[in-house]
Ligand binder design. Structure first.
Ligand code: ZN
Length: 594
């Protein structure tokens, strides 16, 4: 992909105020959610994958291919193996797209957005099953797009961009060796690939990065040519991660078009991020072993009461609600929408605990926090489980803003707002995955929303975050300002909307916030998308990105709520079973530390 704005590639990106510790002035039991050593980076540190200092590889070298010709033979062989593997994989695939416009200062800003979520099914070529249903349309990606995109999209949408060529053959292309280069700690051969002339079928043209042990393609960047007459192939930068020993699977695709003519007067200008996860079929719970079914049986119905007596009516009601909660949480995790319990949950739980302790609230029963793996900004509660989306966690500028979101959800629990207990009946869980958003609904009514806002303000005023709420208000202001352009980003799928043109959640905080100033480099109201949480596409485990913050050089680099390219720090799993996950967002400094 030709990246026009090379400036934005080479430098990036920071946020100074990443969830700073805030607990000094309050109850001693309250603690900062993030200790300095676990400080998250707030934004993806994107740098060109420059030929940085090579990291020594610790793996033994198998016999290397001696000539470009041999390399290509092995690449072609691995690519066919890859296609065969992908036919059995059904990962989740999510694309978020922002339509851009240049303003008078030459800066680009999002003016409209689009969102797609589905499960990839490549049994008959790249295709997907949609979760965000748009009635009246068929299954294929192209059918799910509206407006200008339906005219100009790839026949198979963004799903196509995980595949170089569904029948990759040496005879169809000319190959030119460019250089060796490290992507993260993985040494790669960089090869330019051009379809041979006279071929009427559209084929990949661009550059491939091939890791030099097994000759898997780990990154490819370009487009498909010739362009068809009706549709357009976009430019893309597609990354694969080493998810199992010897297996590299698609994880990220960045797409950008800055000046694609789609008619006499129309040009297409957009950026899009595609993410894939949920590869581990076992976690989908489709064909689990019998033993696992036994382990999974609901704990809450076992005899756990100290007196071994029948439950009292109050206890029975609590158990019933807990069963509904467990059913819903289990299901969301098995579909691949909810991350399994992990370290990020604990950080959220620390913030929730700070709120509880400083308000002297003793909740009966456990309280859990979990991460929804999707991009749209949303949070909701399922019984005593607070759920926050990855996208929301990514854009929150600091711990006080995080506390604001959690205080609202905690208030629903403290106020005893009910979970619809129909989900306690197990037959209610028998529905196709793609209907999840229709069948599972955790929306609150307006009265409950207003009550939770009021209660949340009260909780925050007693909390260690009370002096930092200006930042939280600033985040809300920025969100409200962007709401008309980013409707799909703020459209919730399971809970309540965070903001619309008129209203914003927790509006009581707006008054105390400073005025938004887009030109100030030191005023960070929100972060770019995708900088804080990284997801292991195999296990769905969420963790904090370890990339270090970078000082911003101009206000343009704030990129609040915006899409940026991917530069994952690639690592290789060794065959002897290091279950390390190859996922860090890379930066040159990390490369050198290795
Ligand atoms: Zn709410």
């Amino acid at each position: 992909m030709q990246i026009v704005r090379s400036g934005s590639l080479l430098v990036l990106m920071v946020l100074v105020c990443a969830f700073a510790a805030t607990a000094q002035d309050s109850s001693s039991a309250a603690q900062p959610a993030l200790s300095p050593k676990a400080a998250p980076s707030s934004a993806a540190a994107q740098t060109a994958p420059a030929p940085t200092t090579p990291a020594p590889s610790t793996d033994p070298q198998p016999p290397a291919a001696a000539t470009l010709n041999e390399v290509i033979d092995r690449v072609v062989q691995r690519e066919h193996l890859f296609m065969a593997q992908m036919r059995h994989m059904h990962p989740m695939i999510e694309t978020y797209l922002q339509d851009l416009k240049d303003d008078k200062d030459g800066n680009t800003t999002p003016v409209k957005d689009q969102y797609f979520l589905g499960r990839l099914d490549m049994a008959d070529g790249p295709e997907d099953v949609s979760f965000v249903g748009q009635p009246g349309f068929g299954h294929r990606m192209v059918a799910k797009l509206t407006g200008v995109y339906s005219l100009h999209f790839l026949p198979m949408g963004f799903a196509q961009m995980v595949v170089v060529d569904s029948d990759f053959q040496k005879k169809s292309y000319n190959f030119t060796f460019v250089r060796r280069e490290f992507l993260g700690e993985v040494r790669c051969l960089v090869i330019d690939v051009q379809p041979k002339e006279g071929d009427r079928v559209s084929r990949f043209m661009g550059r491939i990065w091939v890791e030099d042990q097994d000759y898997n393609i780990v990154r490819f960047n370009g487009s498909y040519y010739p362009q068809p007459r009706i549709n357009f192939f976009f430019h893309f930068d597609s990354w694969r991660l080493n998810m199992r020993p010897g297996t590299w699977l698609p994880a990220y695709v960045y797409t950008e078009e800055s000046n694609l003519k789609t008619g006499l007067t129309k040009t297409l200008h957009f950026k899009a991020q595609t993410r894939l996860w949920g590869y581990d079929l076992k976690s989908l719970g489709k064909n689990e072993e019998f033993t696992q079914i036994l382990i999974d049986s609901p704990q809450s119905v076992n005899d756990q009461s100290p007196t071994a007596a029948d439950a009292t009516p109050v206890v029975a009601e609590r158990m019933w609600e807990q069963q509904a909660e467990e059913n819903a949480v289990d299901r969301l995790q098995k579909i691949g929408l909810l991350a399994p319990p992990g370290e990020v949950d604990k950080i959220l739980a620390t913030v929730v605990n700070n709120l509880l302790v400083t308000n002297n609230i003793d909740l009966q029963g456990d309280l859990h926090c979990r991460i929804l793996l999707t991009q749209p900004l949303e949070s909701f509660t399922i019984g005593h489980t607070i759920v926050m989306s990855r996208g929301l966690l990514d854009v929150l500028p600091d711990e006080a803003s995080l506390a604001m979101v959690l205080a609202h959800e905690l208030s629903h629990i403290v106020l005893g707002h009910r979970l619809d207990t129909k989900l306690a009946f197990n037959d209610k869980m028998f529905f196709p995955d793609e209907e999840s958003f229709q069948r599972m609904d955790f929306k609150r009514n307006p009265a409950e929303e207003a009550a939770a806002d009021t209660k949340a303000l009260e909780l925050l005023k007693n909390s260690p975050y009370k002096d930092k709420l200006g930042n939280a208000g600033l985040f809300l202001k920025a969100l409200q300002e962007k709401a008309p352009e980013l409707q799909h980003l703020i459209r919730p799928h399971l809970g309540n909307s965070f903001a619309d043109k008129k209203n914003v959640r927790m509006a009581g905080l707006l008054a105390s916030a400073p005025a938004l100033d887009e030109k100030r480099v030191d005023q960070i109201a929100a972060l770019p998308l995708g900088g804080r949480i990284k997801v292991d596409p195999w296990t769905d485990q969420a963790e904090l990105s370890k990339a270090k913050p970078v000082a911003l050089t101009s206000a343009r680099e704030k990129m609040e709520f915006e899409i940026t390219p991917f530069f994952p720090y690639l690592t290789r799993l060794s065959a002897n079973g290091t279950e390390k996950v190859a996922l860090t967002t890379g930066s040159p400094s990390q490369t050198q530390q290795k």
